[in-house]
Design a protein around this ligand. Structure first.
Ligand SMILES: *Cc1c(COP(=O)(O)O)cnc(C)c1O
Ligand SMILES: [Zn+2]
Length: 421
């Protein structure tokens, strides 16, 4: 840890980041604890003054997201500070799944090996680093589940307090997997959008708490770029032609697209057209509905789906998702719960990857887009498995048949084995 006396000047505290820039009107503000534009209330985004970055500088870096630290709003010594070290997850060549779908080249970016088993560890690590620089002592969030796990774990590792707010009806696995880290866990009656509203009110009152996805959201969101960087690096420094990304707030999709553009402009990968597709559950598909209707704004909905990690009825980055998919020639589509469950099983049965409901959504939407001729089966495609099926066991418990126990007898085993379907 850098002591206060030797702490680098402001420009270095956030690495190569230089300002917070409004995504609506373009106004720029000093880096700090600001998340909405003072001119127009639009959302702010971190902008950079990027130095030359070489592949070698990246590959010589640590085996976690900090190999891309020069492209994030974090201090240069970030890798040496206590943190959960997320990232460097596998890009799995999914030949058996590709064959089942009639595709030529398919990859699964498998986020299960992150410290709390979802991609949320990436965004939280970046938010925490920036929050510590800004002097916050408490890390907090409203969460659909995985974020709560990641915040509670990251705060534990950094030795600071955490306060996580989740919907009371969340999967018990996700509630336990937050509580175990010992911070304050609050179960709130209502859906995620109610939890989020309470968190926004709290963030106003407790301005010494860093709500990762509220008042330090510009920093948090940047963490998702590392998924895009890793995909490009693991493909051998090039971009795929098509990518399907699950959409809750939409930040992950928008930032993967930003990562690809940054790598092209830094000369780290050859220029390529990447079609970006967004995936939602039909029971919570506000962005998909706006896309289908040709709208630029997203009408909030009341979520009702087994894909709780994606159940945000009023997605902050919805309009920017629409921009990205329209600009790149992709789409946003949705799939119903039965297809989500069936796709969780297909991914497990073909690739040995047990993804959570968000993975089921992503694969189900890929299958729909293939059937509709909107995704080219011959072009190289990446899908994201953003979380772990062990956290959403109930979603598949009705769909997977479980056997009655037998006595430890050869005859009983043989009868069971021969009756199998
Ligand atoms: C949060 C979450 C998402 C969606 O991320 P956004 O950036 O909010 O769109 C996708 N998958 C899983 C497993 C998540 O927890
Ligand atoms: Zn503005």
């Amino acid at each position: 840890m850098t002591s206060l006396a030797t702490r680098p000047d402001v420009s270095e505290r956030f690495g190569n980041a230089r300002a917070l820039t409004c995504r609506e009107c373009g106004a720029s503000f000093d880096l700090g604890a600001l998340h909405a534009c003072l001119e127009c209330f639009g959302p702010l985004e971190v902008s950079y003054d990027l130095p030359p970055v070489t592949r070698r500088m990246i590959t010589d870096g640590p085996q976690n997201i900090w190999r891309y630290a020069s492209l994030l709003p974090v201090p240069p010594d970030i890798a040496d500070r206590p943190n959960t070290e997320p990232g460097r997850t596998r890009l799995v060549r999914a030949d058996r799944l590709a064959k089942a779908l009639g595709m030529r080249q398919l990859w699964v970016k498998d986020e299960r090996s992150n410290p709390t088993h979802s991609f949320k560890d990436r965004v939280v690590a970046v938010a925490l680093a920036a929050a510590v620089e800004m002097g916050y002592q408490v890390l907090a969030c409203p969460s659909t589940g995985n974020l709560a796990n990641a915040v509670a774990a990251a705060a534990a590792k950094a030795g600071i307090e955490s306060v996580v707010l989740v919907p009371a009806n969340l999967e018990p696995e996700k509630i336990l997997a937050s509580a175990v880290y010992g911070g304050l866990l609050v179960k709130v009656e209502g859906g995620y959008d109610d939890v989020n509203r309470l968190a926004s009110e709290l963030a106003e009152e407790r301005d010494d708490w860093a709500f990762v996805n509220v008042n330090v959201r510009p920093y948090y969101a940047e963490g998702s770029k590392t998924i895009g960087y890793e995909i490009a690096e693991d493909l051998g420094w090039r971009l795929p032609r098509q990518i399907v990304v699950p959409v809750a707030s939409g930040a992950q999709l928008v930032k993967i697209d930003k990562a690809f553009s940054e790598f092209v402009s830094l000369g780290l990968v050859p220029e390529a057209d990447v079609r970006v597709y967004g995936a939602q559950a039909s029971g919570c598909a506000p962005v998909s509905a706006a896309y289908a209707a040709g709208h630029d704004v997203v009408q909030p909905v009341r979520p009702d789906t087994i894909a709780k990690s994606l159940a945000i009825g009023n997605p902050a980055d919805g309009p920017y998702v629409l921009d990205v998919v329209r600009r790149t020639g992709g789409t946003v589509a949705d799939a119903p719960d039965e297809e989500i469950v069936d796709s969780i099983r297909l991914l497990a049965a073909t690739e040995g990857i047990f993804g959570e409901t968000a993975a089921g959504v992503t694969l189900a939407v890929l299958r729909r887009l293939l059937a509709a001729g909107q995704i080219d089966p011959d072009e190289e495609t990446v899908i994201i498995n953003s979380g772990d099926g062990l956290k959403t066991l109930n979603a598949v418990s009705g769909a997977v048949s479980l056997p009655e126990p037998i006595r430890p007898s050869l005859a009983e085993f043989t009868r069971l084995y021969e009756a199998r379907t």
